[in-house]
Design a protein around this ligand. Structure first.
Ligand code: HEM
Length: 313
């Protein structure tokens, strides 16, 4: 995964990292966002219809080994699982295509994002950082969401606590450009749906949940049997905006079932692996190209800079 040479993009990536550090504090060896996590391994098996969308190897081959990381939001490694700032939850999936060859999906449990660009996201984070309990109202973040409808919509989207990472849905949010073997192309967005169904904790019961209820539950669940998700792609129709994660497509858009993700074991040396693995929002595989969504190149740079820093810690 190469670091881009665009100086402006690198400067923005570094400013964003500095802002995460300022909000959450420095926790060497951990991610500045989605710090609390755990990893599992398993297999992805595509449906026959997946090859109609893309010729990417994992959508054509019989099966592909995967490693996934479930995470909670924020850069706080010990954030209690019943803290609302832990939403949205993350699910990053690595498809192992060969020796040092892989492609990833990075998704979270809210279908959307607060800003179109990284620069706007930096403004949003700066507003959050300067809106402490003593800031007079409307404080900077209230002012920000007051003048940015997409950020307001994201903040107001309900983010209930799942009963389990295995009972949550995850959304890729940004669009990709898929190409099949016949050269036909289509834009789509990933979503990852739990076969066991979505299930949420009653609001009244959240406070009574333990600080590690999600991670403890996941450890028990994977010891008892496999965890299964369906990976799907929602397709864009002609005229749908494909370069802006804040814009939703109509719910009536077609959905292609891409395959089944079956997780069956924890990663053995979990802490070391989490430190080592750097997920990449750019697919870098024949058959799936990034869209022009400005978040993609930027995030690829941020995750790489951050991951290198983490590995050195
Ligand atoms: C400007 C927009 C964004 C910024 C600045 C940002 C920033 C970050 C940073 C700094 C990390 C830690 C990376 C590392 O150290 O490996 C991270 C991880 C993560 N982000 Fe983002 N992010 C953005 C958008 C998104 C979006 C749109 C999604 C959901 C689709 C998302 C989901 C995740 C997940 C799941 C992880 C954890 C990945 C892992 O397990 O390694 N982020 N993000």
């Amino acid at each position: 995964m190469p670091l881009p040479s665009d100086e402006k993009l690198l400067a923005l990536a570094n400013d964003l990292l500095a802002q995460f550090d300022a909000i959450f504090g420095l926790h060497p060896g951990f991610r500045p966002a989605h710090a609390k996590g755990t990893m599992l391994t398993g297999t992805f098996v595509p449906t026959p219809s997946a090859a109609n969308l893309s010729k990417a190897p994992h959508l054509v081959n019989a099966s592909t080994p995967v490693t996934v990381r479930f995470s909670s939001s924020t850069g706080i490694p010990m954030i209690p699982d019943n803290d609302p700032n832990g939403e949205p939850r993350g699910l990053a999936v690595r498809f192992h295509l060969g020796e040092r060859v892989h492609t990833d999906i990075v998704s979270h449990s809210t279908d959307g994002f607060p800003t179109h660009t990284g620069a706007e996201f930096l403004d949003f984070l700066r507003a959050i950082a300067s809106s402490g309990p003593d800031a007079p109202h409307p404080n900077p973040v209230e002012q920000y969401v007051g003048s940015h409808p997409a950020a307001l919509a994201f903040v107001q989207t309900p983010k209930p606590f799942p009963t389990s990472y295995a009972h949550e849905s995850y959304f890729g949010v940004t669009a990709y450009h898929f190409a099949n073997a016949a050269g036909e192309t289509r834009f789509g967005r990933y979503r990852i749906i739990p076969v066991a169904g979505n299930e949420y904790v009653d609001a009244a019961d959240v406070a009574g949940k333990g600080a590690d209820y999600l991670f403890d539950e996941l450890a028990g669940r994977i010891a008892a049997g496999p965890i299964v998700f369906r990976i799907e792609a929602t397709l864009a129709n002609e005229g749908d905006v494909v370069d802006d994660a804040t814009i939703h497509w109509p719910a009536t858009n077609p959905v292609v079932e891409l395959g089944t993700l079956t997780l069956d074991a924890p990663v053995a040396d979990n802490a070391t692996e989490q430190k080592q693995i750097i997920f990449d929002p750019i697919p870098r595989v024949d058959g799936i190209e990034p869209s022009d969504d400005p978040l993609l190149e930027l995030r690829a740079a941020i995750y790489l800079i951050s991951g290198r820093r983490r590995r050195k810690a």
